[in-house]
Ligand binder design. Structure first.
Ligand code: FPP
Length: 266
């Protein structure tokens, strides 16, 4: 048993223990962490303060996800579209990611969390890429929660990259284009071992996908939460998981097939 690290005792750990969920948790939860800027602006603070508070919220949610028994948590930290933000905010975020990885990874590692990075190298500061790769290496053998950070990530770019590699392999003769199916395509994604997303959560009251895990969310359940991301914590996660547990997932089929009316039978 690993002693709790100080940075693994986030804010809501002082709350009373939550009620049991009553059913199996979703295996893979994906979160769009939205509302950092609004959180800061509403307090008269610079947007950067919202991102800093958002990083703390993420730590609490990671701890909460591990508590619930979620196996995979994928979060949208920086999209390929986020390069359009003002240069000072971009620089701040890159530094926040680098420092966050450096200061949090030992605690996360001690708790068996495996950290993955999904995204493109291009445009990222080399020091951040070094930290991401070092963190992936450090935690590669962990068997607890997998935390996937989507950083410089866009789902369409991921699919374009996959299509390019598929075309290359087909041209080289190592892939039979005629036999291509969805399982083969999935093997060309950035992290082919990640299962499909079961539960997609977005904070800050927005109801958009924003180019996040389009392929992996084909059968995800969507839960939209009004709380701004810095206010989001493990209790919000539990509520979203409870909402998920109440859904009827049919994957395009029917749970309780009724006999067809006589007129409809062939
Ligand atoms: C979106 O809110 C948030 C981001 C673009 C950054 C998310 C980053 C974190 C929560 C920090 C994660 C830290 C590590 C170490 C991975 P917004 O700025 O778009 O908010 P707004 O819509 O209110 O302006």
């Amino acid at each position: 048993m690993v002693a709790p690290h100080p940075s693994w005792t986030p804010r809501s750990s002082v709350d009373p223990p939550a009620a049991p969920l009553g059913s199996a948790p979703p295996r893979h939860v994906a979160i769009v962490m939205d509302g950092n800027g609004r959180w800061a602006t509403s307090r008269g603070l610079p947007r950067a303060a919202g991102h800093t508070a958002g990083e703390r919220a993420l730590l609490d949610v990671v701890a909460g996800a591990a508590e619930i028994g979620i196996r995979y948590l994928t979060v949208f930290a920086f999209s390929t579209e986020n390069w359009n933000r003002p240069p000072a905010e971009r620089r701040f975020l890159m530094t926040l990611f680098r420092r966050g990885l450096r200061t949090r990874r030992d605690a996360l590692h001690a708790h068996g969390v495996r950290i993955r990075w999904l995204g493109q190298h291009s445009k990222l500061p080399p020091q951040l890429v070094t930290e991401l790769e070092a963190t992936e290496r450090l935690t590669a053998g962990n068997t607890g929660l997998t935390l996937a950070l989507c950083l410089n990530y866009g789902s369409r770019s991921e699919l374009v990259d996959a299509a390019r590699r598929i075309a290359e392999d087909a041209t080289a003769g190592s892939l039979d284009a005629a036999a291509l199916d969805s399982q083969t395509v999935a093997r060309y994604l950035y992290a082919p071992d990640l299962p499909d997303v079961d539960l997609f959560i977005r904070s800050a009251g927005e109801q958009r996908v924003s180019n996040f895990l389009l392929w992996q969310c084909a059968y995800a359940e969507f839960v939209f939460v009004d709380a701004l991301w810095p206010d989001f914590n493990r209790r919000h996660l539990r509520q979203a998981v409870a909402a998920y547990a109440s859904r009827n997932r049919t994957f395009g089929t029917v749970n309780d097939p009724q006999p067809l009316p006589r007129a409809a039978r062939g």
